[in-house]
Structure formats: structure tokens, C-alpha cells
Design a protein around this ligand. Structure first.
Ligand code: PHE
Length: 346
């Protein structure tokens, strides 16, 4: 009986070792340890064993049972681990999707415009949104009686430190930069500006501008035209035409307002009879995009430059207006309402 038990143990352990999965391990367990299993059968025959040998055989049977059970448990534990590892990667499951944000159209327009000027050697500079009257007006030759200094046109702040205001344009950075740097240089200045306008489809009390300033020896109006032409073609397309109309700004002389040919109708619809008027330019064929001019010698004097030695040009454009033209957006308020249905389109 001892030999029979040893043989059975070897067989059982062998079968445990070669069992490939959970199910075959359970089969082995039933075969040897189950209620009608081989070891149980042997135990039932213990009555045939001489009384003197019974304790020894009984012990042996229990030992074999325990060994087989331990081997089964051990194998189950390790193969369960392996099975779980396999289950982890179910390549048939749909992936986890992440919500992507997108660049705000104003940020994107600022980046597009900046890129055009950076490629021409311009540098990006920033200035404070809370300004002094000096930089916002005086340094730029804007006289006291100028309408833009009126409280209806500018946000003034109560401040004991002197007269502060929210800058009404990015031009004050011209004066700030010139005071700290010497020509030659070429800079652009993107940033927020503030005017107490009643909000409607084309007005907002806060909007963005990009200022440009180039100062050096023998900088001419031809340089201004050349730089702006390259910028306009890069932003609105190779066949873009430009038009300069005489204008007035206290800090530039001469001054101009600059139009580009309508990049939607190319001015054609204005001429074509019976066709619907272009919704972007209203059939005029031109779009006003910025103000510009040669830096007024008085501004150079205000910052300590010698206007006999250096000349320069400046320009300023409204970012919202350009973004509205470029993307066909008809209401400036959409930029600031932050409706994701609007923002996701960019
Ligand atoms: N600062 C002017 C404005 O806000 C724009 C401008 C800038 C004009 C530089 C000429 C030169 O309207």
C-alpha cells in the first residue's frame, strides 16, 4: 500500500505540473482529492491494513493529500497571475479619448502676424496694460485737447501715485522701448488695449493690437510699404494688393491708413453687375487693416533721439478685426464669450 501511495503521489504531482490551465487543474483536484477521488478510495481501504500499520499508512495518506493539494494551490496561484496579466491588454476595447483644447483664434492670429514679422527680423516686445498719461499721450505728441484723452474715450484709474489709465493703444510701448534702447531695431508689440466703447458686433471695451516700430538711419516710407506688403501677402495671400490713404496720427508724420484688396472677392464682385455684394468688403473691394506712418520727429525728441540722425516708421493694427476678416467672423463678442462650440472651430 505504501508503494501504491508513493506512485499515486508521483502521478498526481506530474499531472499538476503539466496542467495548462485552471480547468485542467480542477480536473486533477477532483481526480485525486475529490469525494470519489483516488486518494479517498485508498483511505476507504484502510480497514484492509493490519492494525499495527494503520497509523503510519493513515499519516502517509494525509501527507500525500497535503502535498498534492499544496502543489495544486501553488500552480493555481501562479497561473492565475499569468492569466490576469494577459487579460490586462484587451486590444479589442475602444481607446480612451481625451478632450483636446484648441488655440484661441485671437492667440492664433497674433501668432500668425508675429511670424510674418519675425521672419523679417523683428523682435517681440511687451509693455504694461496700466499706463501713465505721459506714455499713453504726451510722449506720443497727443495734445491735451485731443479727443482720445477725453474720459469718454479712455479708462482712467483713481491712483494716488499720479494719473494712471488702461492703455488705449499699444503705441506707448514705442516710447518706453526707445528710452531704453538705441537704434537700429525693429520690434512688434502685441497686447491688450482698452476703450470705454459700448459693446456691439464690432466694438469691445477690450481688444488686441499689434504695434510695429522700426528705427535706424535712412529708414524711409518705401521700407514701410515694403514691410507691410510682405506681411499682407503672407497673411492674406500672394495676390494681395495694398492701398495707402492719407490720414492723421499725432505720433506719425506723414500718416496713412492702409487697406488691402478684399481677399474674398478680389474687388471683382464690386464691378460685376447683378451679383450679390461681397459680405466681407461690402462690395467696396478694399479692407482697412491698419494705421501707419513715419515716426514724428517730436516723438524722437521726447525720448532723447536726434531726428537729424535717425528716422523710422510705425504701424498699429487691430487683431480682432484681422481675425474677423480672415475667418469670416461677424461678431467681435464671439471671441470673448468662450462658447466651446465657437472655440472648437479653430
Ligand atoms: N495707435 C494707433 C491707434 O490705436 C495706431 C497707429 C500705430 C497708427 C502706429 C500709426 C502708427 O489707432
Amino acid at each position: 500500500m505504501k508503494d501504491q501511495l508513493k506512485k499515486l503521489e508521483q502521478e498526481a504531482l506530474g499531472e499538476v505540473r503539466s496542467a495548462a490551465d485552471r480547468d485542467s487543474l480542477e480536473t486533477v483536484r477532483t481526480k485525486y482529492l475529490g469525494r470519489k477521488g483516488l486518494l479517498t478510495e485508498i483511505f476507504k481501504k484502510i480497514g484492509e491494513v493490519p492494525v499495527a500499520e494503520r497509523p503510519e499508512i493513515g499519516n502517509l495518506i494525509n501527507q500525500v493529500k497535503n502535498n498534492v493539494a499544496a502543489a495544486l494551490d501553488e500552480k493555481l496561484r501562479s497561473s492565475a497571475g499569468a492569466e490576469r496579466k494577459v487579460e490586462k491588454i484587451d486590444i479589442t476595447l475602444p481607446g480612451v479619448s481625451f478632450k483636446h483644447g484648441s488655440t484661441h483664434p485671437i492667440t492664433r492670429t497674433i501668432e500668425d502676424i508675429s511670424e510674418a514679422f519675425l521672419s523679417l527680423g523683428f523682435r517681440v516686445v511687451e509693455g504694461p496694460e496700466i499706463e501713465t498719461e505721459h506714455y499713453n499721450f504726451e510722449a506720443l505728441n497727443i495734445p491735451l485737447e485731443h479727443p482720445s484723452r477725453d474720459a469718454f474715450d479712455t479708462f482712467y484709474l483713481h491712483s494716488p501715485a499720479g494719473s494712471h489709465l488702461l492703455r488705449s493703444h499699444t503705441s506707448p510701448v514705442q516710447a518706453r522701448f526707445m528710452e531704453k534702447n538705441s537704434p537700429p531695431f525693429a520690434i512688434i508689440v502685441p497686447g491688450r488695449v482698452f476703450r470705454p466703447d459700448a459693446t456691439d458686433a464690432t466694438h469691445s471695451f477690450m481688444f488686441h493690437q499689434i504695434e510695429g516700430l522700426v528705427v535706424g538711419e535712412r529708414i524711409t516710407f518705401a521700407d514701410l510699404k515694403g514691410v507691410l506688403a510682405i506681411f499682407a501677402r503672407q497673411l492674406f495671400g500672394e495676390d494681395t494688393q495694398m492701398r495707402f490713404r492719407p490720414s492723421f496720427f499725432p505720433f506719425t508724420e506723414p500718416s496713412a491708413e492702409v487697406d488691402i484688396s478684399c481677399f474674398i472677392c478680389k474687388g471683382e464682385k464690386a464691378k460685376a453687375q447683378g451679383q450679390k455684394r461681397c459680405s466681407v468688403c461690402g462690395g467696396r473691394g478694399w479692407l482697412e487693416i491698419l494705421g501707419a506712418g513715419m515716426v514724428n520727429p517730436k516723438v524722437f525728441k521726447n525720448v532723447g533721439y536726434d531726428p537729424e540722425k535717425v528716422t523710422g516708421f510705425a504701424f498699429g493694427m487691430g487683431v480682432e478685426r484681422i481675425a474677423m476678416l480672415k475667418y469670416g467672423i461677424n461678431d467681435i463678442r464671439l471671441f470673448f464669450e468662450n462658447d466651446v462650440r465657437f472655440l472648437h472651430q479653430f
